[in-house]
Design a protein around this ligand. Sequence first.
Ligand SMILES: Cc1cc2nc3c(=O)[nH]c(=O)nc-3n(C[C@H](O)[C@H](O)[C@H](O)COP(=O)(O)OP(=O)(O)OC[C@H]3O[C@@H](n4cnc5c(N)ncnc54)[C@H](O)[C@@H]3O)c2cc1C
Length: 411
Amino acid sequence: MRKILIVGAGQSGLQLALGLQSRGYEVTLMSNRTADEIRSGRVMSTQCMFHTALQHERDLGLNFWESQAPDIEGVGVSVAGPGSARVIDWVGRLDGHAQSVDQRVKMAGWMETFAQRGGQLVIHGAAVGDLDYFSRAYDLVLVSAGKGELVSMFERDPERSPYAAPQRALAVAYVHGLGPRPEHPEFDAVRCNLVPGVGELFVMPTLTTSGRADILFWEGVPGGPLDVFQGVKDPDEHLSLTLGLLEEFLPWEYARATKAELTDAGGTLAGRYAPTVRKPVGRLPGGGLVLGVADVVVANDPITGQGSNSASKCAASYLSAIVEHGDRPFDEAWMRATFERYWATARHATKWTNAMLAPPPEHVLTLLGAAGDLKPVADRFANGFNDPADFEDYFYEAARAEAYLAEVASA
Ligand SMILES: Cc1cc2nc3c(=O)[nH]c(=O)nc-3n(C[C@H](O)[C@H](O)[C@H](O)COP(=O)(O)OP(=O)(O)OC[C@H]3O[C@@H](n4cnc5c(N)ncnc54)[C@H](O)[C@@H]3O)c2cc1C
């Protein structure tokens, strides 16, 4: 059977490894951390995944935590106005539920499953030199190592990467003790709070190592009032900064957060990165080729919660491309075609995410405002998180947005 090496055991690497394993491929998975180190380590994401991405996991029988994780049935949008008044506030309903399963839980569990099913798991932080050697021993080497150092093998694609620097400073806190949303507490939702010119706060339920929890996730415009987490090492200080900013900018979220406590000492994360699309084929010093997967080749800012979704879609797309290719060589032409097939979907997530990082144009503010009165607009926006291709029809151009609003209003 064909031998495949996958470097990096995150959403895309593990999903692909388990998928290929179930099709009879001989898979080696290289991870720089053990399952226990991941489980007891720091949170890595907020990992809210929507219907299509979750379905790829179900298709492979990997939805191990689906019955325990809270079902997220809506996406709410609030906008803060002058004096921290809440000038926009609505919630759109998702056609299929979303879920967030702490990557510490999921990746550790999937890694153990891969090994239990006979997969070769190597705990080693791979360097470019290692890959040179391995590329001769395997039919295909896939690099799914996220935004780590191995991305240096893949050239930045300036035509597909409009930003050269980070657009948000990220700060995540996993908490127990958050009160319910006062509006529609009968179902769980992701709440997106926009503070114009300052940043965004996302609040969502998750399943973490200690059961159900909620995540408070600030995205701050660099250099602005939310950009205060860099260098904060003490998790309690991180939480108190998070709550102080809630009180200042989003009093309605602060009102339910006064009893919030960190889930664990690893329950905070801060950082930033430039959204980047890369060329998909890495050339090793010895001449071998490797194919980049998910964040390695398309890393979007998490403002739209697309990265894990895209990683799942990338793994599903690459799995099909590998299986369909049969016994033919995985050459450069196949690698490029495989990436372009994924990019046909991924480009929509990238375009929408990059648009949301910029100050919103007037017609987008009009759309967001109108969604408060027009339920179909709120529902459509919410479902765009599952399929960002839909924004093409009504979101980017003022004329299309106006036509869509007129159509809904007259219906
Ligand atoms: C703050 C934050 C919030 C986010 N929220 C969301 C969200 O709500 N929804 C969403 O869809 N996405 C979200 N994302 C994005 C999402 O987490 C990532 O896009 C997704 O995890 C990418 O999956 P991946 O498989 O490409 O890489 P990763 O999940 O990063 O996995 C890469 C793995 O490779 C390992 N590795 C790295 N280097 C090496 C090496 N040299 N050798 C061996 N192993 C290596 C790493 O340790 C890691 O385990 C968020 C990201 C951040 C930072």
